[in-house]
Design a protein around this ligand. Sequence first.
Ligand code: CO
Length: 208
Amino acid sequence: MEIDQIFKNNKRWISGQLELDENYFENLSKKQDPEFLYIGCSDSRVPAESLMGVSAGEVFVHRNIANQVPNTDLNVMSVINYAVEHLKVNHIIVCGHYYCGGVKAAMQASDLGILNPWLRNIRDVYRMHNLELDKISAEEEKYKRLVELNVQEQCVNVLKVEVVQRACINRGLQVHAWVFDIHTGSLIDLKIDFKKILEEIMEIYSLK
Ligand code: CO
């Protein structure tokens, strides 16, 4: 696609939106009140709003390679803080996806330069679950399972954040682990029991 086409698309989008609602942009500029915080992968094939079927203003989005939630990443930590404390979202979703290049790279032995420390987080997930993963002989199944376990562990990382702990306990904030299956377009709920996880990790990670 030529870059100029983007601006033509933008003009078409503006007229389309105004046809549906002449006050669309005026209302949009007033405030945002999203119900969801979505933390997903930067992969171009996984567009948050499209796969959730939501419009502008409905979901606060953070994306990075392989949907990571590292404790030392000021970016994702600021997003979580802002979404929970100021926007008062009621749901935090970590959404991974099958055929994730970041997860694939972490499964292979190679030096990827600046990506090494980032992908090491996924290698840590592998190490935590190596007993289960090493039992899976089919490489593709192992890859898919690591995608799921990575999402689960990033949800645990979300639950280690103090504002999340407080909001879960005081106002019913929920944390969800999802996987998007690029092959079928399906969104899969891994149905993690975040309350149980929170209870289990509180002994060590309680900050409230
Ligand atoms: Co990915």
